[in-house]
Design a protein around this ligand. Structure first.
Ligand SMILES: Cc1cc2nc3c(=O)[nH]c(=O)nc-3n(C[C@H](O)[C@H](O)[C@H](O)COP(=O)(O)OP(=O)(O)OC[C@H]3O[C@@H](n4cnc5c(N)ncnc54)[C@H](O)[C@@H]3O)c2cc1C
Length: 492
């Protein structure tokens, strides 16, 4: 069986980041990347809907070690994909990635101090095995094969076309068509202005509103800094600047929700026509950051509402009709194309099943250690990012921490690192965001404790200390050696 030191699962932003950091920080380690799809880029290769883009700035979403150099800081999907591809090429990773390999299970053997990993070739169904001493799951957080698609009454009678943003058809022509986008999250607010380029009209139908905040797509301060500072220094100054701004917005939202609600309302009002029904369409029932804030570059959503090319309807969908939608209020909406931007389905560990010494692991029974390993499961890390900042900002810290741990184990003659569960204190859900996709699947995730190292703070400053600086030996983890086997002992 083929053996590597580290096996990375997934070749999205996190998996490629993990491979680059390994090359930089642990040059002696052998590694491979198994990727289920035939392309790298993960999210940024899968999603192809019009206008697909980040809603985080690319300085915090990109890699810490490779400056984002484009003027657009809210970047479109193809640019992000290219950034990931170029990085992989620069680090000569292509030879290390096995495409079309979906990891289906991993078995830890304490006697061997190794994982045996089973992957299925997506083309042939053939199962291949690899062995590694450390398994790094960079599988993102959602199902690739299926987006969340609630069932709507009457759907089969609808004579138009229904598409999900996760599976955007190449042949969809919406020129001159009446488009309805169902949803109110980041994908819906991206799609609506983007589709007004060709559609006759785009209507966003939302059950309840989200907070929407406009951000400049070009960062003027960043541009100036890049002109006067070396690229890497500029990148890290800009990264910190943006981290601090996002943390301030988040902290203000949590500590002074009424003030923040007022500020967000005022900002939206300034971009909408006089008399626009803000309370109905832009005033959520929940407090800012109970769910993710939606960011729109240069107010593009507001611009298309103002121009009359798009509109928002806040109502419940009663049913599909042959010609469109009927809403609970009785209103009928005619549509040629309906886009169901109704969200993602969460998936932990990319659907991999785990067993430790023959005993299946139920991930929901485990407790996250530093938000990156799970109790009772040795030599496994998960790249789980922030929900209140760039996902990848945390993944980058996680990867650096894993490299620290690997180097520490080599230096001290350990082969195994096992996180332990806290012995006291209540356990809580891992993520405290109330967004639909999290609430639907929170039970699948590991739990978190009430204090470090088991608490997930969603706070970059704390994590910089915890993951880059704090001692590696603490009460939440045990480092050990693989016991010598009789035949090893004889050989010695
Ligand atoms: C439309 C959209 C917009 C987003 N915008 C932002 C944003 O602006 N800012 C932000 O911070 N985050 C954003 N996110 C979250 C986004 O997913 C992450 O930022 C980032 O792309 C995650 O990278 P990743 O590598 O961790 O996961 P992914 O990009 O999901 O990549 C995971 C990879 O693992 C592979 N994989 C999964 N399971 C297996 C398996 N069992 N075996 C082998 N391979 C497997 C997948 O095929 C995929 O290639 C967005 C998400 C979506 C869907």
């Amino acid at each position: 069986m083929e053996q590597v030191d580290v096996l990375i699962v997934g070749a999205g932003l996190s998996g490629i980041g993990a491979a680059c950091h390994l090359r930089r920080q642990c040059p002696g380690k052998t590694f491979a990347v198994l990727e289920a799809r035939d392309a790298l880029g993960g999210t940024w290769d899968l999603f192809r809907y019009p206008g697909v883009r980040s809603d985080s700035d690319m300085f915090t979403m990109g890699f810490s070690f490779r400056p984002w150099t484009s003027a657009k800081v809210i970047a479109d999907g193809p640019s992000i994909r290219e950034y990931i591809e170029t990085t992989a090429r620069e680090y000569d990773l292509e030879r290390r990635i096995r495409f079309g390999h979906r990891v289906v299970r991993a078995d830890w053997s304490s006697a061997d101090g190794r994982w045996t990993v089973e992957a299925q070739r997506t083309e042939t169904g053939e199962v291949v095995q690899l062995s590694c001493s450390f398994l790094f799951s960079c599988t993102g957080y959602y199902r690739y094969d299926q987006g969340h698609a609630p069932s709507f009454a009457g759907l089969s009678q609808f004579r138009g076309r229904v598409v999900h943003p996760q599976h955007w058809p190449d042949d969809l022509d919406y020129e001159g068509k009446r488009v309805v986008v169902i949803g109110s999250g980041a994908t819906a607010v991206t799609l609506v202005p983007a589709m007004t380029d060709k559609a006759a009209h785009v209507t966003m139908v939302q059950r309840s509103p989200s907070y929407v905040l406009s951000l400049p797509s070009v960062d003027v301060i960043a541009d100036r800094l890049r002109r006067v500072l070396p690229a890497n220094t500029a990148n890290s100054v800009i990264r910190w600047k943006n981290v601090v701004i996002m943390m301030l917005i988040y902290q203000l939202s949590r500590r002074a929700p009424t003030l923040m609600r007022g500020l967000l309302r005022k900002a939206a009002a300034s971009r909408l026509p006089d008399g626009y029904d803000l309370d109905r369409h832009f005033n959520p029932r929940y407090d800012p950051w109970d769910q993710r804030l939606c960011f729109v570059p240069d107010g593009d959503l507001f611009k298309s509402l103002r121009a009359g090319r798009a509109s928002i309807v806040t109502d419940r969908i009663d049913r599909f009709t042959p010609t469109g939608l009927r809403l609970a209020s009785g209103q009928e909406l005619d549509a040629d194309v309906v886009v169901t931007a109704t969200g993602l389905n969460l998936l932990v560990l990319g659907g991999m099943r785990l067993a430790v010494d023959g005993v299946e692991v139920d991930v929901s029974d485990t407790v996250a250690y530093k938000g990156l390993m799970i109790s009772g499961v040795p030599n496994l890390a998960l790249a789980i990012g922030y929900t209140n900042a760039s996902w990848t900002l945390k993944c980058d810290l996680i990867i650096q921490h894993v490299c620290r741990v690997l180097n520490y184990m080599d230096a001290h003659g350990h082969q195994v690192v096992t996180p332990l569960a806290p012995t006291t204190g209540p356990l809580r859900p891992l993520l405290d965001l109330q967004s639909g996709y999290i609430m639907r699947s929170i039970d699948q995730l590991p739990k978190q404790g009430v204090a470090a190292p088991w608490r997930v703070y969603q706070n970059y400053l704390r994590d910089v200390y915890l993951l880059r600086r704090a001692p590696l030996v603490d009460k939440g983890v045990r480092f050990s050696r693989v016991p010598a086997r009789p035949r090893d002992a004889i050989a010695l």
